[in-house]
Write a protein of this length. Sequence first.
Length: 507
Amino acid sequence: MDPVVRGSRPSEELERPAARGAQENLLVISDVHLGSDLVDAVARRNPSSLSTLARLDRDLTAFLEHYASKRLDDRPWRLVVAGDLIDFIGMAILPAPGEVLTQSTDEERLHGLGSAEDHAVAKLRRVVERHRLVFTRLADFVSAGNRLVLVRGNHDADLHWSAVQAELRAGLCAFRSEPTEPAEHFDARIEVSDWFHWVEGVAFVEHGHQYDAYCSFDHVMKPLSPRDPRRTAHALSDVLLRYIVRPTAGMREDGHESMTALDYLRFGLSLGVRGCALLALRFVRAIFALLALTRDHASLAARRVRDEHERHMETLSELTHIGIERIRSLAALHVRPVTHSAYRVLSTMMVDRVLWTLLHALLAITLVLLFPNLFVVAAVALALVSWGVGLRVMRRYRVLDPTDVLLHRAAKVAALFPAAYVVMGHTHLPRREMLEGGATYVNVGTWASEGDHAAPCTHLVIRQEAGGPVAELLRWDATGPVRYTASAGTTPVVEHDGGTTATPRIA
C-alpha cells in the first residue's frame, strides 16, 4: 500500500508507516457526528435522541470490537474516518465557570460555545464524556496494533487546533483498557489529516465538503475566520445550523433542498404566533451574519489567511514530494463558498423569491386600482406568468444537493492522484460508481440518524490482494458486517454500474 501521503498539518513532520512492507488493509467510515445531540444551550433535548444515542454507541463499539479482533490475511487495519467524527459545529452548549478563557461573543452567548481553540477543547471533553465507551473501544482498536487516521470534515474543522488534537490523543491514550506499550508508540499510530489521505494506487480519501458551496472553506488547510483568526471560519451551513436549525424545535437538518418559502411559512405557523415570530427573527439574524461573512472574504485579513494557506500547501508539497502544482490543482477543484456572493446568500435564503412575490403582488394591486377591467385581466395574467417564470428560474439556481458535484470532482481527483478508489463522505448517501479512467467513486454514507431516516452505518473495507486492492461497501447490523443493499428504514438505493447509488438527501 505504500507510498502513503497524508494531507496533514504541515508544521509537523509527516510520518511514514513503521514498516514499509506492512501492507495494512483499509477500513473507511464517515459522518459519525458524535455530540450532535448536545444542544442544551438552545433547546430541550428530544427524548427520542436518547434511544438514537444508545443505538449509535452500541453499533460503533460493536463495529470497533469486531474489526479489532478480526484481521484479513493477518494484516493490521488502517481505520480512516473521512470527516465529521465529532460534530463541533452542531453542538450548542454553555461553558462551566472558568472552563474557557476566550471571551464569548454575543452570538456564542446566544447559541453556545464557538470555534475558538479553548471552546473546541471544552466541546471535545463533553463529547468524550458522553461517548466514553466508544472512545475506549477506539483506544483498544489502536492498542491492537491498528492505525487511526482522522480526516477533517466541515463539522469537525476545529480539529485544526493543536490543543484539540492533543486533548483527543491524550484522552485515547488514557482510555486504553490494557496498556501494553509506551504511550509514544500508541500515539504514533494516530494521525489527524487537515485535508486528505492518499495511499497511492489504492485509495484517496477526503471528506467532500470542499465540493459543496454551502459547506466549503476558502482555505481547507487554514480554515480561519479573517475577522477573528482565533476562531475557525463558518460556512453558510454552519450559520444556518447554529442560528436556525438547532434553536428551533422540530426543525431537522435534512430535507431543506425540497422546501419552499411557503413550506417554511407553514412550519413557522405550526409553532404558534410566538414561535413563528422567533423563527422569522432567526432567519433575519442569519441573513445579516451571512452578509457579514461576504464582507470578510474581501478583507485584507482574508488575504493574509490565503497567503498562510499557500505556505502550508508549499510545505505539504515539500514533505510529501507530491509537487506543488499537483497540490494546487487539487485545491483548484474546490468550489467557491456561496458566502462570496451577497446575491447567492439572499437567493439561498429565498429572499429573492419573497421580494419577487411582493413586487408582483404590489404590481397586481396597482393594476386593479388604476386601470379598466379588461386591461386589468390581461395585465394581471401577464404578471402571474412573470411571477411563475421568475420563481422557476430562481428554483433552478438554488441547488442544495452536492451529490453530483462530488461524483464529478472525484473523476478529476483520480486523474491527479492515481488510486483504485476515491472515497468521500459528507452527503450521508452510500454510493459506489465507476469513473472514467477505471477508478471507482465510493461515498461511505453515515452512522448518524436524522429524523425518520435510520443511519445506514455503512463502511468500506479495502483488502490488499495480489492482483490489486479489492473493496466492499458494507453496513453494520446486529449480526455484524453485511453487504450494503436497500433495506427498510434506510435511504433507497439501486445497483448502478456495478455499485450502489442512492436517492439524494441533504446531510
